[in-house]
Design a protein around this ligand. Structure first.
Ligand SMILES: [Zn+2]
Length: 176
């Protein structure tokens, strides 16, 4: 980590598109439309790589973080020991920090990923991640098509934690 930060100083930074003027949920839809492949589940690590962001899984010694790598590209590092669906959320959250142009976000803690995260940038990154992983249109289809018989099936299709699905369901019902 320290080496990477030191090396970044001499390298030209290559940032992906700046979506800081968009609401997080709008930014997520924009990204999914341009960099997704239209299938579920959304693959945040592939979207990130298509956008020039590198994604690494590290041991529990390194906490999840976003920083500028030695090659000038933003890096997202996630905790390899976390559950798969939580790693997917952490990647999407990190991508949110990068695209919404949050300057030097701190190392993530478990609280960073909660709906009531103390840092407003984390809350924005969380909304970006939630909207990216559970797009409103796909969720509506899952719920209304009749093809999905139960919550487990929707969770498997979208590959997200249950609390995230329930949050997005409430947001969909509220018209967000
Ligand atoms: Zn964060």
């Amino acid at each position: 980590m320290k080496e990477a930060e030191a090396g970044a100083a001499s390298t030209t930074a290559v940032w992906p598109v700046d979506l800081s003027r968009m609401r997080p949920e709008t930014a997520a839809e924009w990204v999914a439309a341009r960099y997704g492949n239209g299938t579920m589940p959304i693959r945040p690590e592939r979207i990130a790589r298509r956008m020039g962001v590198e994604v690494y899984a590290m041991t529990a010694e390194d906490r999840s973080a976003v920083f500028l790598g030695p090659n000038g590209r933003p890096w997202i590092v996630v905790d390899v020991t976390a559950r798969d669906d939580h790693q997917r959320f952490a990647i999407a959250h990190g991508l949110g920090h990068i695209l919404l142009r949050h300057d030097r976000p701190h190392l993530e803690t478990p609280a960073s990923f909660g709906a009531d995260a103390p840092d407003h940038r984390d809350r924005a990154a969380n909304q970006f991640a939630a909207s990216l992983l559970v797009p409103t249109a796909q969720l509506r289809w899952c719920v209304t098509s009749g093809w999905m018989r139960n919550v487990d099936q929707i969770l498997k299709t979208l590959w997200v934690p249950e609390d995230l699905l329930l949050l997005r369901y409430r947001q969909m019902r509220a018209g967000r």
